[in-house]
Design a protein around this ligand. Sequence first.
Ligand code: GDG
Length: 736
Amino acid sequence: MGKTIIISNRLPVQLQISNGSITAIPSVGGLATGMKSVHSGGDSLWIGWSGLTDEEIPKELENDIDKALANHGSSKVTLSEAEVQGFYFGFSNRTIWPLFHYFLEYSEFELDSWNTYKSVNQKFADAILEQAGEDDTIWIHDYQLMLVPQMVREKRPNISIGFFLHIPFPSYEIFRTMPWRKEVLEGLLGADLIGFHIYDYERHFLSSVRRLLGLEVSFNDIYLDNRVIKVDSFPMGIDYKKFHDAAEEHSKRSPENLSELQKRLNSHKESDPEAKFFLSIDRLDYSKGIAKRLYAFEYFLKKYPQYREKVRLIILAVPSRSNVPQYQLLKREIDELVGRINGEFSSVSWTPIWYFYRSMPFENLIDLYTSSDIAWLTPLRDGMNLVAKEYVATRIDQTGVLILSEMAGSANEMNESLLINPNNFEQIADTLHQAITMPIEEQKARNASLQKRLERYNVEKWANSFMTSLLAQKDLEAAHVSSSITDTKLQEIVQNYSSAKRRLLFLDYDGTLAAFHVDPQQAGPDEELYKLLDSLHNQEDTDLFLISGRDKDTFTKWFLPKGYNMIVEHGVWISRGGEEFKLLENVKNDWMGKIRPVLESFVDRTPGSFIEEKNYSLAWHYRKTDPDFGNLRATELSTVLTSLIGTDDLSVLNGNKVMEVKSSNVNKGRASMRMLGEADYDFVFAIGDDWTDEFMFQELPESTVTVKVGRQKTVAKYFVENTQKVRELLKSFIKA
Ligand code: GDG
């Protein structure tokens, strides 16, 4: 395997030039930490902008800079001041950022900055191409580099490329307003795997791909030319241990070793033990809703005057993008609001808001997290929001209340927090009151569940699961791709059919012989189908099997009087020539230890789902999950299980909002193989539309004519488009 190349706008290293020499200091941000497991050893390289423009880098220091970066496994893309203006402060932060956070009115559509965005993306792509070998794996990060995947793909069609978007992907109605919407989608589709924090962003993206590019999308796969692009959600976690350990260490400090900030916080707490601290930490960004939070605080102090002189709001607003006009306006608005509210409500001994406009060292961040009774994080729109997760991780005694906006991606996984709509002041005021009065036991119960999840799905797991999925995707793409049956091929198949001494046909029912119906009981056979099946069944030397996941009662009603051979419930029951159904297989359960961890990993990534353990089966239930998301995960799970199970005697049954892994040898592959062994067949044919038919395609011998209905991933040799085409194909056998 080749090396891994990570690309992000900024390198995970800060350069400092002083007295003509260079120092490179590794950053400690979430992404840098999360990528540690991926970006380590000699086998990886991180490409990005160093943070210094061409104008700021003295020519004579170029080599030293390259060396310093190389020591940290990094390589720089150089950008001029004008490029940074057009690409970063321009298109990235004045077009994409506001648009993707639903601030349509702030989005500027300037042709010049779009052109700079394109040319700078090309620079990043060129930097990758210069370094990348054919079997390297490339992971591109975030909204500044959305054109890079396709730019790399153009020159290296077979290289493995992943892309992760750290911000929301907006709904189609918002996204479509951008003049260069198609180019952006096409840029992203250069990747093999496109990752988002949550399913909603994934859904919005797929909808845009379908509507703007008219591409075929099946569940979370996009079909483009000969490629299959996978789209999935990977909720980013935090370095849980780092925050939890820092809080442990902090709790053991002697008073003289406390920071100045902590001493101040303590003295305020001591002066009034009933006082409560509310904490608000964000970059100073309009998407974070800081101004709204201030208005809501004012509303709260009016609605619940009993908390005046008792609660204090600590706001840490970290300076960000201060040369973009909206950020300057926002800064002014917040300054004024803080002044006004403090002016209105302060007393001699109490100031309701403490406002810090600066970045603080990690140590002070821990002071704030561990000292605050309530974290109040209410962005108007936020890709994930890691601060919420960090706050919970530092609550070592499990007290503390998290109030979180529904509009943050993290709300999806943090159901135990108090979720609010940041625009609903009434609800916010009542929720603050609820938080202040929440019993300690309830706080602990909520935080215990949150901590368990955060510890388990940490940032390292996030990075690894993305990489694993990317590698698996490449393998899948490289696997068999089915082709359409050409006229010549059809003639050849029909010729083989007619000259065969003994034929065996396996025909799936739903989605193959008959189209789906909202009510499955209404999807019974029509006269044309009976005629077709009668003709095939009555052919000399031909053994026809209907093979289905259906229950035996339905098939008894529909087909038993016809005398067709039938295998139902995926191979549990068999009926031949009009006889009653009998059991085809026995059952065992020694496989459970292997399958359980796979199901558990799906529970981790699919909020609301759970595992049910039975004597001979394991069932993954997803009724309480978002319906679309549940279906999507179910498909993914079935693919994973199908490949994992291989030749083991297991099968997966997809029920109503439950996916069941059955003990014993129950699947269509096994059942069809048993039939195959009963006679000397020289023409074998299998056709089906869903994943359960893949067992047949996989297990039947290479010479079998395997046909998939629909253009989905398959190991079948051929595909036909729909049930109508299936009937035409079968009719050509009768004429043979
Ligand atoms: C983008 C998306 C998504 C904050 N103040 C200080 C400080 N921080 C650290 C926090 C946290 C990080 O910055 C902020 O992360 P967020 O996730 O909350 O927000 P964004 O910066 O907007 O990040 C976001 C994220 O990407 C990851 O994909 O979650 O939705 O917008 O780690 O601890 N750190 C220090 N001093 C501070 O003053 N040392």
